[in-house]
Design a protein around this ligand. Structure first.
Ligand SMILES: [Zn+2]
Length: 259
């Protein structure tokens, strides 16, 4: 676990070795902070908790950008606080719990399962995270997962993009939905419309600046165009086997090649 580093005033990002997962902290009032997507191993979460307390911080609120197993983790050391997610994400965390638990125990065993996936829904029509700290806007959409929620911190110009806008992953579509391509494109458009982005933090990968933010929007948009065309193609980010497999799967889905 690379320790938290401040990428913009009051916004810290730590990166785990496993899955190059990022966790983001927004500093609030009186040492309280908003902790987004703490990940990913038990040791990583312990290190995050120690790092925070060493800096005089404690989570006041948690947030999960989406209901996949590696984004809904928590530990006792992080405290008993509300952990928010978009309403659709909360529903999926409940209905898909068995499958997500299986992924968790296979990939990052040893977590306290009583704390796993227990997210609460943002108030209906919320535009911000309800917490005593700087404004953190929510950008809720589908595409990667139902109720995927990016967070934008205007005062710092930081967009926490969840599992979108990665430099090391292709767009990962939610292929069980009726219109995975359309959903993803709508989500990408929502992120592209956020103005004032100076830093983008992907759920997996590396922090990028404003120019990099635009490059990633373009790269993902190009990927979706190529996918929609249905011809075989490669993406430079596709250099690990699970991504090559998922890329082939996505292509088969849009071509209607699945049995
Ligand atoms: Zn995900």
């Amino acid at each position: 676990m690379e320790r938290f580093r401040e990428i913009a005033p009051g916004v810290l990002v730590a990166t785990a070795e496993q899955l190059t997962s990022t966790s983001t902290v927004v500093v609030g009032e009186d040492g309280g902070c908003l902790l987004i997507d703490p990940a990913v191993s038990v040791a990583d979460l312990s290190a995050l908790a120690a790092d925070l307390s060493g800096a005089g911080l404690r989570p006041a609120v948690g947030f999960a950008t989406h209901p996949h197993w590696d984004h809904v983790l928590w530990s006792r050391e992080l405290g008993d606080v509300p952990r928010y997610a978009a309403p659709a994400a909360v529903r999926i965390a409940e209905t898909e719990r068995v499958g997500q638990l299986a992924e968790l125990t296979k990939t990052a065993p040893g977590h306290d399962l009583d704390l796993f996936g227990h997210v609460v829904a943002l108030p209906a029509n919320a535009t911000q995270v309800p917490w005593p700290g700087p404004v953190v806007q929510v950008v809720i959409h589908n595409g990667h997962a139902p109720g995927h929620c990016a967070l934008f911190i205007p005062h710092a110009g930081v967009l926490v993009a969840g599992d979108m806008l990665s430099d090391i992953e292709i767009p990962i579509l939610d292929t069980v939905e009726p219109d995975p391509l359309g959903d993803y494109r709508t989500g990408l458009d929502r992120l592209a419309a956020v103005s004032g982005v100076r830093w983008v933090v992907p759920g997996h990968g590396h922090v990028g600046d404003a120019a990099e933010f635009r490059c990633r929007i373009e790269a993902d948009s190009r990927y979706l165009d190529q996918l929609a065309a249905g011809d075989l193609f490669d993406d430079p980010r596709c250099d690990v086997q699970w991504q090559r497999d998922w890329h082939a799967h996505q292509l088969a889905v849009v071509r209607g090649d699945l049995p």
